[in-house]
Design a binder for this molecule. Structure first.
Ligand code: DAH
Length: 342
């Protein structure tokens, strides 16, 4: 410690002895306080001294100021690091403790599946299109070649919107994504050849273990000069193998849809009877067929020059088959014990 004239030396000792930042602040104030600090006062008094005395006293005070300021800074740093040192012992972390695992969320399996379908068909050159859920009878039925009095228009299946302005073309929630075939082909400037899929929500008045009033469909459409049933068969078998299981076989049956000619239904079953639940049963998965010439006419495509196929399948149904899920309602109740498995 540097030796200063008294009383400054006494202050150096006080600084060294202060046990906390608060004590140190008090000593600093005693010395440098603006009104009554000992050093402040002594410096103020310099002006009243005679020339020779002022010089000597000035040097003494300056040395004291420098030494005391430095001592205060050093002591303050010491006290602070002591504080941190004690925090390190009083507030330690036990890094060996098991903490609850932070779970990362993920997409709902339906949306994951829709993305996967986009990839599978994307690899085969299909565009992804979209259409509105609030539709009209024209898109849901008329343009798809449904006769005016077809049973499917029965309001027992379809959610009609109350107070629709046009009684001949009522508003409704779409009951299938086939509406998007029309919207896609009607787009200005759209000309065959094209291939598209559309995925989205559809609505029907149905609710039990295998039906829900809202579910998802994947619609596909491919039109060109020489697109045939053989193309459809190849594309759909490839897609369904990717989307359900490599180890399935297919059966094709004729089916009826107003917007196809001919219409077909595709069934699948697992090869072999390796599990009781799969038991070689045929499961109906997709409705499809060659696009009806009237549908092409309705959107201004000449059916003598172009032809194509379309298909539509239910996302939930495909997932139920793929994962052997017995009750469709599991998709929508938000039970994490179910959702976490995927
Ligand atoms: N729209 C039909 C349904 O919801 C499914 C369907 C069948 C779509 C045949 C098609 C098709 O594009 O060609 O049951």
């Amino acid at each position: 410690m540097m030796l200063l004239a008294s009383p400054w030396n006494g202050y150096l000792e006080k600084i060294a002895a202060s046990g906390s930042v608060t004590d140190l602040d008090a000593v600093e104030h005693e010395l440098f306080g603006r009104k009554a600090g000992a050093l402040t006062m002594a410096l103020k008094e310099l002006g009243g001294l005679a020339e020779a005395e002022r010089k000597a006293r000035g040097q003494e005070l300056n040395a004291a100021r420098i030494a005391l300021t430095e001592a205060i800074t050093n002591r303050r740093n010491e006290l602070k690091s002591q504080g941190m040192g004690s925090l390190a012992t009083s507030d330690t972390l036990d890094t060996t403790l098991d903490l609850p695992i932070k779970e990362r969320g993920h997409l709902h399996l339906i949306h994951e599946y829709i993305r996967k379908a986009g990839e599978v068909f994307g690899r085969m050159g299909f565009d992804v299109a979209e259409g509105p859920e609030l539709e009209t009878e024209a898109f849901q039925f008329d343009l798809l070649n449904f006769p005016k009095h077809h049973a499917a228009r029965d309001s027992q299946d379809i959610f009609y919107i109350h107070g629709s302005k046009d009684p001949e073309n009522r508003e409704l929630l779409r009951g299938h994504t086939s509406t998007v075939q029309i919207r896609y082909m009607q787009q200005v400037g759209r000309k065959p050849p094209f291939r598209m899929i559309c995925t989205g929500k559809v609505y029907r008045k149905d609710a039990d273990a295998t039906h829900s009033p809202m579910f998802h469909q994947i619609e596909g459409l491919m039109v060109g000069k020489d697109v045939t049933l053989a193309n459809m068969k190849a594309i759909m078998e490839t897609a369904v193998k990717n989307l359900v299981d490599e180890n399935v076989e297919f059966r094709w049956r004729t089916g009826y849809f107003p917007f196809t000619e001919p219409g077909l239904e595709m069934d699948l079953r697992w090869r072999g009877d390796e599990s009781k639940s799969r038991e070689g049963r045929w499961l109906e998965v997709v409705g499809c067929g060659m696009v009806h010439p009237n549908v092409l006419k309705n959107v201004g495509i000449d059916p003598k020059k172009f032809q194509g196929f379309a298909f539509g399948f239910g996302v939930e149904r495909m997932l139920m088959i793929r994962h052997q899920i017995p009750d469709l309602r599991a998709f929508f109740t938000g039970d994490l014990r179910f959702l976490r498995q995927f």
